[in-house]
Design a binder for this molecule. Sequence first.
Ligand code: C2E
Ligand code: MG
Ligand code: MG
Length: 537
Amino acid sequence: MGYEDITFFVDTFSEALEKGHIHAYFQPIYRAVTGKMMCAESLARWIDPEKGLFSPALFIPALEESGLIFELDMEILRQACAFYNEMREKGTPIPSFSVNLSRRDFKHDDLYDRVISTLDKYNVPHDAINLEVTESLMIDEPEVFRDVLQKFNNAGFTMWMDDFGSGYSSLNVLKNYNFGLMKFDMVFLRDFTLKGRKLLASLINMAKSLSIHTLIEGIEHEEQQQFMLDAGCEALQGFYFSKPCAKDELSSMISEGKIVCEDTDDRAYWEQIGKFNFLSANPIEEFAGIDAPEDKAAEHTDTVSSLALLECNKGTVKYIYANEAYRKRIKYLGFNTIEEIENDFNSQRTEQSFMMKKFMEDIIEQGDIKIAEYTAEDVYLRLSGICLAKKKDCAMVAYNLTTFETEQEVEKANQLIYICNSLFATYEVAVLVYPESGIVNRIHTSNNLPTFDKESSINESLRKFCLSQVDEVDQERYLQFLDLNTAIERVENSPKGFIQDKFRMHINGTPNTWYSVRLSRVPAINEPTYLLTIQSM
Ligand code: C2E
Ligand code: MG
Ligand code: MG
């Protein structure tokens, strides 16, 4: 670019502004997990009727040099506010806009007032405008910058640090200034080597631990998108999704449904969820504000947690996200895919799904960390969960599914199983009965008694069991006692929540032995559930 070009921009800027040759273009920024548009970045374009379109790389330096940049930035802000207002009136509001400020703007004492009056003119709430500033700015005049930044923060704006990683990138900047979001420069994606990815991931990790939201710009490939999602980066921007475009183009994409905007409820909900740090050694504890014991932190540093986000919407559970480690680990639970585990969860047909649902409801209700430990095919599993956010009928829960690794933990799990087994060992038989779906499900038997779980009806399975195990003298009484047409009512009306009687059986080969049979109501989620136990007296 020659000197003539610089003077061209400086000389003709005021005229171009007046004639409407300066346009704000808008590039959508998407919430990584939902794919909904949460913001649009406003980017300046100079469209000369004769010379065509100039990119900011040409005119920004010229305008910065001459100090005219302030008027450009205020014009772009004005157009963003006007567009906000226009979309709101149309009934399809764009949640927020980001606007770039130049370092030179901070030399203008009236920066703050000009911004406020522009928003007022179009009645734009302050939290709908995010102000992007690059870090190079703070090196110049740290005090002035800090004061103005604070003023904007106090007025409800969110300050975004733009182009992090492109220049000097001092981490101190994050400590010393109050930024609500860190925007990672596309240089990280240009150098998408293992080293580059590790660096980016740990920066996201760090930002989150400081409660700073994260965004990356310059996504051009699916692979980059997936990586950023796994790293827990909250927001994505790049040509892979959308290029900057004129306002009418963006408006049509929204009205045609090609782009879906996030609503206000969504925003609060997701911002809360965005704080969850996928890359922490102890994500669940960190979210709850608990410092993990040091040895535990050390032990896990090199293992990725298996994490999933599950949304519970009016009782229906949906996996919103699961990382690779989690997808692998669900095999221990007997599932091959996320769809399978999700279907099981919602079918409420198996023992496990009942437990999982109850576990989730406890988490949502009580708000603190909950831990469940169990075994599956000789593997010890620990599921810890926490509720991240709630809105209307929805709640988002984060799960961390770990397998026990240390000897101490295995020992603990063994003990747990031992206790469970010895509890059940006091029964000859324990069966769960679901009258509504007409199913019985045996959960324990002390010897190899035949199962009648698969019979056509509950009464049929009870009858078969009775004929084969109960002494003839007591068979009729047994069938009457467990006749489901009346038994359920008797249980429900009993003050203790169960009915009990004794019968002679030959379960263990010895006839004329007395057994106590009990039918009790057990806590369940979807349908009433009863536990039938048989215990020798
Ligand atoms: P920026 O603020 O970092 O804006 C992002 C730039 O990256 C934009 O370039 C955008 O078009 C480009 N970009 C977005 N996604 C991708 C992608 O996937 N691949 C690639 N290769 N590029 C992508 P643009 O619009 O040319 O703006 C360049 C820079 O000029 C901006 O960088 C910003 O620093 C400055 N700028 C633009 N408009 C304004 C303004 O109104 N005021 C001020 N002060 N600076 C502005
Ligand atoms: Mg920017
Ligand atoms: Mg940038």
